[in-house]
Design a protein. Structure first.
Length: 198
């Protein structure tokens, strides 16, 4: 399938094995990606991709590195998703399960603690710079929403830099709405986005 024919949210819930996408970059460059859940053995490759992304970002204000311990925690407790091109891991995304953690953006918004446990946080997604431009971020957004719906989340929260226009466009294309700005990650300004699911 191409970028214009991505699966709808009403498709079968995320399978435990994998899902394939064929995406097109600049009309002529077609590439197949396989999305599947990550395991601890993928951690070194995940961190290498993040390192490559971070090296290309000109300012900390645009991108704050997710610590290895948080990625490892999410592999164990949350929904983590990798994108493979052949045998190469080229992208990674995670969404927090409905659990109590200070990584849940609901607490930064001052939500009632009981309702906060019904909020799923999209907590990081990055694509190897060599594979950017295919639309993998949109695929990640859709698949993480599929998971959030599956576990009964009432709302999805995520954040990005006010200057990260590409990320903001992707979120808005997927139906997310900017609801607040906060200083997060040690004082970096972030726009928090929300999408209500119920």
């Amino acid at each position: 399938m191409t970028n214009d024919s991505l699966p709808s949210y009403t498709d079968e819930l995320w399978p435990e094995q994998e899902r394939a996408y064929v995406l097109t970059k600049r009309i002529t460059h077609e590439q197949q990606f396989v999305l599947r859940r990550c395991t601890r053995r993928d951690l070194p490759a995940i961190m290498l991709i993040q390192h490559r992304v971070h090296r290309k970002v000109p300012s900390r204000a645009l991108y704050v590195v997710t610590p290895r311990r948080q990625v490892a925690e999410s592999i164990e407790k949350d929904f983590t998703l990798g994108a493979w091109s052949g045998r190469r891991l080229v992208g990674f995304a995670m969404v927090l399960s409905l659990r109590e953690t200070d990584r849940n953006l609901a607490y930064d918004l001052g939500y009632d603690p009981e309702y906060a446990l019904k909020c799923a946080t999209f907590d990081g997604a990055w694509v190897d710079p060599r594979y950017q431009g295919y639309g993998l971020q949109q695929c990640f957004c859709m698949e993480r929403e599929r998971y959030a719906r599956r576990v009964g989340a009432a709302e999805i929260l995520t954040c990005t830099s006010p200057q990260n226009h590409a990320c903001r466009r992707t979120l808005e294309k997927c139906g997310h709405v900017a609801v607040a700005e906060r200083d997060l990650f040690g004082g970096e300004r972030r726009v928090i986005y929300s999408k209500k699911l119920t």
